[in-house]
Design a protein around this ligand. Structure first.
Ligand code: AMP
Length: 142
């Protein structure tokens, strides 16, 4: 019996997330599961749109994220069709994608760019609360 068929790895694309990526690769390989990668680029705060260039900044962030995702895709052997880069709030987009793709496991890091001062990062906590499938939080070392 295969434990998982389709795994969604939510990544903040930082070097610190390497152990999370490694675990996702090992688990998907071990289960013979498909692996999909997702990264979302958060919208700039509303006041930023008062400045000229805010739209360009968002586009540049999205392009930079696509480039990093493409490198991650090569490292993990995940084809472009299974790499998702979109703008929007990470929690909502991760949960939406998980349902749309009917994945049976979401993998997130216990923490991210906001550091390890709290028990769980806010994205990890929201995904845990909102997911309809299993969630694996890969522990970041303090
Ligand atoms: P944080 O809430 O920033 O502490 O991040 C916790 C975990 O949520 C990270 O290790 C990632 O797995 C995931 N995550 C955070 N930000 C994003 C993002 N923009 N896109 C996809 N996943 C993310």
């Amino acid at each position: 019996m295969r434990m998982y068929h389709h795994i969604l790895l939510a990544t903040d694309l930082t070097p610190a997330s390497h152990p999370v990526v490694k675990k996702a690769m090992e688990l998907s390989k071990g289960c013979g599961a498909k692996l999909t990668l997702i990264h979302t680029v958060e919208h700039l705060p509303n006041y930023a749109y008062g400045y000229t260039g805010a739209v360009d900044i968002e586009k540049e962030l999205l392009d930079a994220a696509k480039e990093s995702m493409s490198k991650l895709g090569e490292e993990t052997h995940v084809p472009e069709a299974d790499q998702i880069v979109e703008s929007g709030p990470p929690k909502a987009r991760i949960l939406d994608a998980a349902e749309e793709l009917a994945v049976d496991l979401i993998i997130v890091g216990s923490h991210g760019r906001h550091g390890v001062q709290r028990l769980l990062g806010s994205t990890a906590a929201s995904v845990l609360h909102g997911a309809k499938c299993d969630v694996l939080t890969v522990r970041y070392k303090d």
